[in-house]
Design a protein around this ligand. Structure first.
Ligand SMILES: C[S@@+](CC[C@H](N)C(=O)[O-])C[C@H]1O[C@@H](n2cnc3c(N)ncnc32)[C@H](O)[C@@H]1O
Length: 451
């Protein structure tokens, strides 16, 4: 098989990462993007390896009977929603299978049919995101016009204008149009503007705007004025990014108008409404409605009775810990981002929670600074997962239960395998779909001591 060769292949399944997989006559796997199982496609070989081939889609010759009409006019150009042509129920089935496969092939787990519980999907798979980052740029290097939107699929520099988007909210297109017009009227150059963050609280309706530039931005008053008739925009920031060779990128935040944080609310299973203050750089689960389900699953997995000391590692703004505080003796949260920890402390006060402790620090370096011994450890690390070093540090505390919240099935499987070698048993893995129309999958695993 050589580069440039044209193939015709039937797609059988989806791989983690979103590509479709077909099998060639010689048994080799071929990976093609932008296709779904059941499609017969023609594709051009981009890379040929010993065991597999990567090919670029030329056309769908016979569409899969499962294909549906994508909702958004920017599909398939946009890199945002990968699977709009696949019915949501089918997306969930593939995600369920991918979790099982990761546990089997990366983790070496055998009985994945019973280990992995049925995935919990979203009631409404549209308008679910509470935060999005849009980029300034141009559509190609010859395009003189400023664009504000997203990158085309597979590209990192080019930008196309977003005129509609079903991921965040209807208001976003309006905000983008205003900011785009403002930038054009004031002859702002796209290489001086970097990005626009929009945070949109699903349960309070509050919106935060954060304009990021790489040069000074004197039009602050004028920028604020473009949102004058939008009372839901309660916080407007300008962030200045300074990049110098050999020096860590610096971000300075300036509050231009309104409040320093926006509020979001999450409801626990017993109906308690928790309030959260979120600052521009703090991590908050991007799907608010599904975060309530994810956190309820994490608490269920923790099996709390009210007597337990709980470590909430990689705690962000303290959401998981605060969610379980009423069912625990004490909650200890550790998180690297200082402003998230500031928010976590404010959030504890805001919700009248007195049995919590939060500290800014690196889990790897500062875990021993937590002044207690846990009965339960809840972890929610970034995509790379815990890794062996951190798993072993957690195991040293001998917690009875570890609840592992993960956004990467393969790295989760790798880490769960390490827990099993250390006298722990993985009791179950619960997939929760936080990101419809994308290949991302979140999981909650319950790991219990078995010696
Ligand atoms: C997936 S988020 C989870 C946040 C939180 N549990 C939630 O649900 O909102 C991962 C968090 O880990 C933090 N983080 C990344 N590396 C870290 C480290 N080495 N030590 C502590 N926290 C870290 C990030 O800042 C981020 O807030």
């Amino acid at each position: 098989m050589t580069k440039g060769q044209i193939l015709r292949v039937k797609i059988n399944k989806l791989a983690f990462g979103g590509s479709g997989i077909g099998i060639l006559e010689d048994g080799k796997k071929v990976f093609v993007e932008g296709v779904i199982p059941g499609d017969v496609v023609s594709a051009r070989v981009r890379r040929s390896k010993k065991n597999y081939v990567e090919a670029d889609l030329i056309e769908v010759v016979e569409p899969s009977p499962s294909r549906i009409k994508p909702k958004c006019k920017h599909f398939p150009l946009c890199g945002g929603c990968f699977w709009q042509m696949l019915p949501y129920e089918e997306q969930l089935k593939f995600k369920q299978e991918q979790v099982k496969e990761a546990l089997k092939f990366t983790g070496g787990f055998k009985d994945t049919d019973t280990l992995v519980r049925p995935i919990i999907g979203c009631k409404d798979p549209w308008f679910y995101r509470n935060k999005m980052e849009f980029s300034f740029g141009n559509s190609s290097k010859d395009d003189p016009d400023l664009r504000l939107g997203l990158h085309p699929r597979g590209k990192h520099i080019d930008v196309f204008d977003i005129e509609e988007c079903f991921l965040q909210s209807e208001k976003v297109a309006k905000i983008l149009a205003r900011v785009r017009d403002f930038a054009k009227k004031n002859n702002l150059s796209f290489d001086k503007l970097s990005s626009l963050y929009v945070r949109d609280s699903k349960n309070t309706g509050e919106i935060m705007i954060n304009l990021v530039t790489c040069v000074d931005f004197p039009l602050q008053k004028e920028f604020v004025e473009i949102f004058a008739d939008m009372p839901e925009v309660v916080s407007i920031y300008w962030s200045l990014v300074t990049k110098k060779r050999g020096i860590k990128t610096q971000i300075q935040e300036f509050l231009l108008a309104g409040k320093p944080t926006i509020r979001e609310e999450l409801t626990t299973e017993d109906g308690t409404v928790l309030k959260f203050k979120i600052s521009p750089q703090a991590f908050f689960q991007p799907n608010t409605r599904q975060a309530e389900i994810l956190y309820s699953e994490a608490i269920k997995a923790a099996g709390l009775t009210g007597a337990e000391v709980v470590f909430d590692l990689y705690c962000g703004t303290g959401t998981i810990g605060l969610f379980c505080a009423h069912k625990a003796k004490k909650i200890y949260g550790l998180e690297i981002n200082e402003s998230a920890i500031k928010n976590a402390k404010q959030n504890a006060i805001l919700n009248g929670i007195e049995n919590s402790w939060f500290k800014a620090g690196d889990v790897d370096k500062n875990i021993l600074e937590i002044p207690d011994t846990p009965d339960v450890v809840i972890v929610d690390p970034p995509r790379a997962g815990l890794g062996e070093k951190v798993v072993l540090k957690i195991v040293d505390f001998k917690p009875k239960v570890v609840v592992y919240v993960s956004c990467d099935p393969a790295n989760l499987a790798r880490d769960l395998k390490i827990f099993e070698t250390q006298g722990y048993k993985v009791e179950y893995v619960q997939p929760v779909d936080m990101f419809p129309h994308t290949y991302h999958i979140e999981n909650v695993a319950r790991v219990a001591i078995s010696m």
